[in-house]
Design a binder for this molecule. Structure first.
Ligand code: BES
Ligand code: ZN
Ligand code: ZN
Length: 474
């Protein structure tokens, strides 16, 4: 899909008597309504009118909220973009012009909905056409829109690239294959990449990451990507994404029927990769390092077992209570590795605990932060991109439940507060300003989901891209 800025091919008066007065007095009583109208004298053959009324919302409860109305309005506009794309798909349209008729309408948010909904995963089904649209003209004379449209188009392309990787099943999306595809995509963008292979991971002492991968025929790999800032004296931000290419649970085999979904356990890494891709293409305001530990948690005679005691890169010993709590082990060694970059901020993002989705539901992801500035930047970014975050606590009681008499830490602490104890485990390895996003449940959808459709959502790409900009300019 190509996006252009252009002249409006319709005016308010060319679409029949309905729009004769003003765009604000449309005779529509529905909250949201799409209808095709014949165009009178316009260049377009027909006109799809869309009416969007500001959503009715109460303010957030709980104290950590920003403006819920703004968030709901952003969401409604992107959703409308997705519906416009579907309406065009249903009519087999190749070209459309987008003509917002009210200053509160943000053509950019609508465009984002179109670009994200018009994506399909065709690698194993070439006939499953993602969209019919080839050209979108954004017909709006607003100042600065050209640059914004350019940014949005690029970022959405990065999101869709991340979704294509995330949708790979684990028999194809192995650590080696993911590394190969990421490097291919980033060729020519100026991103430096380095792969730390298993022998070097062992030499570095990354015993936690290696233990998770020791039952798999696919060796673990740590992919390191670096984007340099456009300006001098820019901060250094490290982004870490959980890249478990498949999570069977290991000896604590998953029993609730969700094993088949667990090729999406790499979606944290995909969020980071998409963000890096966008930063590289659009120019980064910070020096950004991505750390992507790719590993498969498989069942095998050689796999790590409940009861094992393993040692991490910083010397911390961990009693493995449950092999299904592999994400925190994987991330722990990556967090310790991050120290070598003397980061101003480190953000990790991971499909870490089922409890993340159980506690906050489909819209919000839990956020943990050791630094108020990093927290505020992420919360603001979440609102701006319609991927809202909600701050959660790590308390001494969470940390205390991870005590073990034979090791420094145990990797699980029962179900009580399991969202927070997972974060407390990670914090043990942190000695820099840090935030952790638990995106479990956000990485993919089975059913149609608004402007994201089905399959991988690309969650976190727009969030991290936006957050890096906020962190670099604070
Ligand atoms: N990858 C899972 C978390 C997950 C669950 C992601 C559902 C997406 C959807 C993670 O590795 C895991 O298994 N977590 C366990 C931890 C438990 C053993 C302490 C969980 O949350 O049940
Ligand atoms: Zn697991
Ligand atoms: Zn997992």
């Amino acid at each position: 899909m190509q996006v252009f800025l252009g002249e409006t091919p319709v005016s308010r008066w060319s679409v029949g008597p309905w729009l004769a007065d003003s765009a604000t007095d449309w005779p529509v009583r529905e909250r949201q309504c799409l209808s095709w109208l014949p165009a009178q004298g316009a260049q377009a053959g027909r006109v799809l009118t869309a009416c969007l009324l500001p959503p009715e919302t109460k303010s957030f409860a709980g104290g950590a909220g920003r403006d819920e109305r703004r968030l709901a309005w952003q969401h409604a506009q992107r959703t409308l973009g997705g519906e416009i794309e579907r309406a065009c798909y249903g009519n087999n349209l190749k070209s459309i012009a987008l003509c917002p008729m009210h200053k509160r309408v943000d053509p950019d948010a609508i465009l984002e909905g179109i670009l994200l909904r018009g994506r399909g995963f065709t690698e194993f089904r070439a006939d499953d056409l993602p969209t019919t649209l080839e050209h979108v003209i954004v017909a709006d004379p607003r100042k600065g829109l050209a640059a914004q449209v350019q940014r949005t188009t690029t970022v959405c392309d990065s999101v869709n690239f991340a979704r294509d990787l995330a949708d790979l099943p684990s028999n194809v999306g192995t650590p080696a294959e993911l590394v190969r595809r990421v490097r291919l995509r980033l060729r020519g963008t100026g991103v430096k990449s380095r792969v730390v292979e298993q022998p070097e991971l062992e030499k570095l002492g990354m015993g936690l990451l290696c233990a998770v991968g020791q039952g798999s025929v696919h060796a673990p790999k740590l992919l390191q990507l670096e984007v340099a800032a456009k300006r001098k004296n820019a901060p250094t931000i490290v982004l870490i994404g959980k890249g478990v290419t498949h999570d069977t649970g290991g000896y604590n085999l998953k029993t609730n029927g969700s094993i088949a979904d667990m090729s999406y356990d790499k979606c944290g890494a995909m969020a980071v990769i998409g963000a890096i891709d966008a930063l590289a293409r659009l120019g980064s305001p910070a020096n950004v390092v991505a750390l992507l530990p790719f590993v498969e948690n498989a069942v095998d005679a050689a796999a790590y077992k409940p009861g094992d005691i393993i040692r991490g890169m910083d010397g911390t010993t961990v009693f493995v209570d449950n092999t299904d709590a592999e994400g925190r082990l994987t991330l722990a060694d990556a967090l310790v590795y991050a120290r070598r970059f003397s980061p101003d901020a480190v953000i990790d993002i991971a499909t870490l605990t089922g409890a993340a989705n159980t506690s906050l539901g489909e819209a919000f992801s839990p956020l943990f932060a050791s630094d108020a500035g990093v927290r505020d930047a992420l919360v603001a970014a979440g609102h701006a991109v319609d991927e809202p975050l909600w701050p959660m606590p790590i308390h001494g009681s969470h940390r205390a439940s991870l005590e073990h008499h034979r090791a420094h830490l145990v990797n699980t602490a029962g179900t009580d507060g399991s969202l927070c104890t997972a974060a407390a485990f990670l914090r043990h390895f942190v000695d820099f300003p840090w935030a952790h996003i638990d995106m479990a449940g956000k990485g993919h959808r089975y059913a149609e989901y608004g402007y994201l459709g089905r399959g991988a959502t690309g969650y976190g790409v727009r969030l991290l891209h936006d957050a890096v900009h906020r962190l670099a300019t604070r």
